[in-house]
Ligand binder design. Structure first.
Ligand code: ADP
Ligand code: ZN
Length: 890
């Protein structure tokens, strides 16, 4: 009863002109217990009848997605439809005992609402519309719904993931007492609503704004939004919005001369001012010289030494005007890493063919997917540039997605050079404020080209004509937390909904994509030759076991590689060395008892970081100092294996012995945490200040330096024996990509791959850069084992502190998934990382055969059913994560 009548009051009170009605009805409702009020909508309807003003005031029901964590939950609220374009705008709504921000995703009539929700659904009014204009249009909302369905993620969380981080006020969490009721008021309040009286009394004692959660705890009650609303309306308290930690648009006051003043009038003003007020005179001359431009307050005050008082006086006199300008958050200086305007290059024949096919498709205004399969250095980037140019010339917008790791300053500079000031770059190195700036400039249509990592796919571009997904095979396109969407697949879906062209580019396409292209689902474009007449590098594989036997190894280096490096230093050419493992050594082993220090919280060995004299866990961040001897037996410890730090130090020693002191630079997670560090390292290498770059995956991707003529792969096998059906594919991709960094100019590059398994198909075929041979070989075994692309591979991960509960949960789901001929499920397994941060993990692998379940609907239904049953008995102690199209079982 309480909430329903309150709801009515809120409905009315949002408008000042109907205040008297509020009062009347308030009394009426508080004193009636009539059953007709059982229908939540009744009061509104009734009021419309009684008060003609309400007839014109259209109220509607809005479906709102809230980030509440539960699947399939959207909520209905009343919204004022005098506002148009409500879809895709964020709103603040009361939810349980707090306020949440969500998004309007649909509008319904009362009848539709009643059909969907049951009778006693509490229909409340939204509190505030947060955006002036929609953030997402109906196509984007459709995309977000698709993600939510396909990846089985709550829509509210999906929307949150699509928005720049921390822009929505999360909750209103504190109350402040404005005015303490008089004794008689208090008495009345206590009679009417004891809870509310308690709250006021409590706040009176606190004498400061207090968190709602604190009030609840202290009084042992739950406060609902209705009670708060009532207290506010009575004028006793006010909300404090908890948005301090959120990013805001930065604004600053700025001033300019009143534009309507003529020159003559300006002179008169200046003359009159000069004698009396020097500061006013200075401000005016400054603003006059800026003509019609605004000058920021801070600049103005600094340069003239005036005070705000002076500015206010001038405003009062009608000489200048003030406005609030949006200021951008500071960004890194771009430029410098692009050597030329590439658009001026003449396209090769293969490039030309690709560009023609794509631009033709852009003209057709239809969804059309392409796979651009071009060897490394084939000039795919140039194809992208021409395709984007076409979209822009046609008045459309364009998007280029790249893996986070290859969203390098160099790439952005290359595009900036061709499309100056037209690019919005979205990546993880931006601050929240910078992201918001980029998002807004896209929303306003100021920037029509987006270059972004995975989440760039949500950029609110209008009239999207083209989406390019570069390095489409990269695993980093898959998001590893809810919503677990795949950036490439989402891009294809968005292009589909937007009727746009989608180009997937790679030198080493994923098997899924290649199978789709060969099967005719995508249009295949190929570039087989390197651009600029450069040839593919000469690749040599060194059998490290043989080299060891022959005594031709020094530390992690074969002598062949050492000699090549020395040669390169003498020629003053650049060398890149690749090792996919950071730190100094992967393990420290006791020579007498064989003990290896492991992480206290995870089932992994600790990595030695020699420089810091520490052992570190790369999974949870745990660190401990290196002990002088084995903690088990006191024996002597030896460093086993190599990380980038050790390779750097060893190489330095080897070269010093040869009388060489080149500049060596390491590039991995440990050396690039500082802002701008990555850019500096790359610039130094491009300019020849650095001779040798040693790095993890960071060097494998997208770098294009003509001075790099030698690439060395320290250990090709690191990826190969990970227990994952994609490990061979990954190895082939990595080796091919790293090799592609060599010899991107006229000089033929050289690549040396060191491996203990030189006969492995991934290694052999990477040597000859023979994609199709490797593809055919691997596809054969994928087919036999029914792994992707022949099936959809999914996992359900169970994790928790209690191993037994985790096991039970996984068995329960396994047994309760209704069988279907399209589903192959496997008994739960312990993954390689069975424990991380003191949390146990169990994984349930599932394959869903694509030919029997095209959309994946059968799979989802089966999982949902099992989850539904599980929730009935759930202890809440086990986390269950469903990962559709999973890319990891380690
Ligand atoms: P990919 O992305 O296919 O690996 P890039 O786009 O980075 O290759 O191109 C490799 C190099 O070749 C770049 O320096 C690029 O400027 C150059 N290049 C591309 N196309 C041409 C062309 N048609 N003529 C001359 N140089 C080209
Ligand atoms: Zn750990």
């Amino acid at each position: 009863m309480r909430s329903r009548s309150n709801h009515l009051i809120r409905t009315v009170s949002t408008r000042t002109y109907s205040l008297f009605i509020v009062k009347n009805n308030l009394d009426y409702i508080l004193h009636t217990k009539h059953t007709e009020y059982m229908s939540p909508l009744y009061p509104i309807i009734k009021k419309r009848k009684r008060h003609p003003t309400f007839l014109n005031r259209m109220k509607q029901v809005a479906e709102i997605a809230l980030p509440t964590g539960s699947l399939n939950q959207t909520f209905h609220y009343i919204i004022d439809t005098k506002e148009s374009e409500l879809l895709g705008r964020r709103v603040l709504v009361p939810f349980r005992n707090r306020f949440l921000s969500g998004m309007v995703i649909d509008l319904l009539t009362l009848e539709e609402h009643q059909k969907q929700k049951n009778k006693d659904y509490e229909l409340l009014e939204i509190k505030e519309i947060l955006d002036d204009k929609p953030i997402f249009d109906s196509t984007m909302l459709r995309l977000l719904r698709w993600i939510s369905t396909y990846y089985m993620a709550p829509l509210g969380e999906t929307i949150r993931a699509a928005l720049p981080p921390n822009i929505s006020p999360k909750s209103i969490s504190a109350l402040e007492l404005l005015h303490f009721p008089s004794v008689s008021e208090m008495e009345k309040l206590r009679r009417k609503a004891k809870r509310r009286a308690d709250i006021v009394e409590y706040l009176g004692k606190q004498k400061k704004a207090t968190k709602i959660s604190t009030i609840q705890r202290s009084l042992g009650i739950t406060i609902n939004t209705n009670q708060i609303e009532e207290l506010i309306k009575a004028g006793y308290v006010r909300y404090i919005k908890d948005i301090e930690t959120q990013v805001k648009i930065r604004t600053e006051n700025a001033y300019k001369i009143i534009p309507t003043l003529s020159d003559e009038e300006l002179h008169k003003i200046l003359d009159s001012v000069e004698k009396r007020a020097k500061k006013q005179y200075q401000v005016l001359t400054k603003l006059i010289s800026a003509k019609s431009d605004y000058i920021l307050q801070s600049t103005l005050l600094k340069e003239t030494g005036a005070t705000t008082q002076v500015l206010n006086t001038l405003i009062k006199k009608g000489m200048i005007e003030k406005s609030l300008l949006e200021i951008k958050h500071k960004t890194e200086e771009a430029g410098g890493l692009a050597s030329r305007d590439e658009e001026e290059l003449e396209l090769t024949e293969e490039q030309q063919n690709a560009v023609e096919a794509i631009t033709q498709a852009v003209d057709d205004n239809k969804f059309k997917p392409f796979l651009l399969h071009g060897v490394t250095g084939s000039g795919k980037t140039l194809v992208y540039m021409h395709a984007i140019r076409k979209a822009i010339n046609d008045g459309k917008s364009a998007m280029l997605l790249v893996p986070e790791i290859s969203l390098t300053p160099q790439l952005i500079d290359r595009f900036e050079k061709v499309f100056p000031n037209q690019i919005a770059a979205i990546h993880s190195k931006l601050s929240d404020g910078q992201r918001l700036d980029e998002f807004n400039s896209i929303l306003r249509g100021e920037k029509r080209i987006v270059i972004g990592a995975r989440s760039g796919v949500f950029a609110p571009l209008q009239n999207l004509g083209l989406i390019i997904v570069d390095e489409e095979h990269e695993l980093s396109y898959k998001q590893d937390k809810t919503p677990r969407y795949h950036g490439r697949d989402t891009a294809l879906m968005r292009a589909n909904f937007e009727k746009a062209v989608c180009v997937l580019g790679s030198a080493t396409p994923s098997f899924e994509t290649m199978a789709n292209a060969l099967g005719g689902k995508y249009n295949l474009l190929e570039i087989k030759k390197r651009a600029d007449n450069a040839v593919l590098p000469e690749v040599e594989v060194i059998d490290m076991l043989d080299a060891h036997k022959a005594g031709k190894v020094s530390g992690a280096f074969s002598l062949t590689l050492v000699n090549e490096i020395i040669q390169n230093i003498k020629n003053e050419e650049g060398t890149i060395l690749f090792l996919n493992r950071r730190g100094f050594a992967p393990v420290l082993e006791c020579q007498s008892c064989g003990n290896i220090p492991v992480c206290k919280h995870c089932d992994v060995t600790l990595t030695l970081h020699k420089k810091y004299k520490q052992l570190r866990c790369h999974y949870c961040g745990y660190m401990e100092p290196v002990k002088p001897s084995c903690s088990e037996c006191g024996g002597e410890q030896k460093e086993i294996g190599f990380g980038t730090q050790r390779v750097e130090q060893d190489l330095d020693d080897i070269l010093k012995a040869e009388g060489l002191t080149p500049n060596i630079q390491r590039i991995d997670l440990d050396t690039t945490t500082k802002k701008g560090a990555f850019r500096k390292i790359l610039t130094d290498f491009a300019k020849g200040k650095t001779d040798i770059l040693i790095g993890t995956q960071m060097v494998a991707k997208g770098l294009d330096f003509s001075r790099c003529t030698l690439v060395g792969v320290i250990n090709a096998d690191l990826q190969l024996f990970i227990d994952d059906f994609r490990s061979s594919e990954r190895t082939f991709q990595l080796l091919t990509q790293v090799s592609g960094r060599a010899g991107r100019s006229k000089d033929r590059g050289r690549v040396i791959i060191q491996s203990n398994h030189p006969d492995n198909p991934a290694v052999i075929n990477a040597k000859t850069a023979n994609f199709s041979k490797f593809f055919n070989y691997e596809m054969h075994s994928r087919k036999q084992t029914q792994f992707p692309p022949f099936s959809r591979f999914c996992t359900i991960e169970f994790s928790g502190k209690d191993y037994h509960l985790v096991c039970t949960a996984s068995r329960f789901i396994f047994e309760n998934m209704p069988p279907d001929e399209s589903i192959i499920k496997y008994a739960p397994i312990e993954p390689y990382l069975a424990r991380i941060k003191d949390t146990f993990r169990i994984i349930l692998p599932i394959k869903s055969l694509k030919n029997l379940d095209v959309s994946g609907a059968k799979l989802r239904r089966s999982i949902k059913t099992a989850l539904y049953h599980y929730r009935q008995i759930d202890s809440n102690k086990v986390m269950v994560k469903v990962d559709i199209d999973s890319y990891s079982i380690v």
